[in-house]
Design a protein around this ligand. Structure first.
Ligand code: BDR
Ligand code: CA
Length: 317
């Protein structure tokens, strides 16, 4: 058995998703088994094309799998083109992958892979939780074979980012999120409580591009649209490292402080999408990240991402 972290990233790439995926590809401690795709920042088809292209551009051999194209119950929200650009990669146009998606859909793929590697796979959803919820509905025994679920999503003790209450990934499918937080498995929530604190400037991205002139330049290029978005909402020239923070929480959980409490997701009304810690609930407590060592998380993000081209070169030999 390899001592690497075997992970499936469930993703809607997406600028910070692309950053998280390249970070995972560059980290020798991680084996990305598959990228399962979901609507959110872009539609499902675009998410799958982008994920295929990200893997191909890094010469990374992993499965890329299409997933759900709409939420479980509610009508779909518009993709967040204003945050991630028309194609999901900021100012860059459409990319054309040559490969095709896996024959299974995301939920069946997750079920099959997790049963094939019991206790070994960490699910890392960094988009809406629809694929994970469908997998649980199809196979309630999934909870017994998954190692843990490290989610970028939610806001426990801070306001949301799409409404005063809701973080985007949960808001895009609150009913799915409620199923995932209610299940009896280890869920780690890397929400806005911590991810909003971890930011990078253009100079930081230039360092990544200096270390990795190909993949790093792509990261620098896509960061510019995201920085303009964050400038419009925060008044600062930064990118917020939401999705990369969840990847670092898998390899370096010690860089976060946690509180264990069950989470309920509000599924209607003005507060729809809110993730509410509630100790009176009789469900497995979620490990909620409430503090983060910002300098170390950011430092690891920069140093690991700067090695993306070198990791690709080793894979290409
Ligand atoms: C989350 O929403 C998306 O826009 C990002 O990719 C991230 O997963 C942050 O709220
Ligand atoms: Ca995302």
């Amino acid at each position: 058995m390899s001592d690497k972290h075997k992970i499936i990233i469930d993703t809607d790439p997406g600028i910070d998703d692309a950053m998280a995926i390249h970070l995972a590809f560059a980290d020798p401690q991680i084996e990305v088994v598959g990228l399962t795709c979901i609507f959110g920042n872009v539609n499902q088809e675009q998410a799958t094309r982008n994920a295929l292209w990200l893997a191909e551009s890094a010469h990374y051999h992993c499965d890329v799998v299409s997933g759900a194209s709409q939420p479980l119950v509610q009508a779909p929200n518009e993709p967040s083109y204003y945050v991630h650009g028309d194609e999901g990669f900021g100012d860059l146009g459409a990319q054309s992958p040559v490969g095709a998606a896996h024959e299974l859909d995301a939920a069946d793929y997750i079920i099959q892979m997790c049963h094939a590697h019991p206790g070994e796979i960490t699910l890392c959803p960094v988009g809406p939780l629809t694929n994970i919820a469908i997998a649980l509905q199809r196979d309630p025994d999934l909870v017994k074979v998954v190692k843990s679920v490290v989610i970028m999503g939610g806001a426990a003790f801070v306001p949301g980012n799409v409404t005063a209450y809701a973080e985007a990934n949960i808001w895009n499918d609150p009913h799915a999120a409620e199923i995932v937080f209610a299940a009896d498995w280890e869920v780690v929530m890397i929400g806005l409580d911590v991810t909003s604190q971890v930011t990078c400037s253009e100079d930081d991205y230039k360092l990544i591009a200096k270390g990795s002139p190909k993949i790093g330049q792509f990261i620098l290029d896509i960061s510019q649209f995201y920085t303009r978005f964050y400038h419009s909402v925060l008044g600062e020239e930064v990118c917020v490292l939401h999705d990369p923070s969840a990847i670092i929480a898998i390899t370096n959980p010690e860089l976060f402080d946690y509180r264990r409490e069950p989470i309920a997701v509000i599924c209607d009304g003005d507060e729809i999408g809110q993730t509410v810690p509630d100790s009176s609930l009789s469900r497995t407590p979620t490990k909620i990240a409430v503090g983060v060592n910002v300098d170390k998380v950011k430092g690891l993000y920069l140093s690991r991402s700067a090695k993306a081209d070198a990791a690709k070169a080793r894979r290409s030999q």
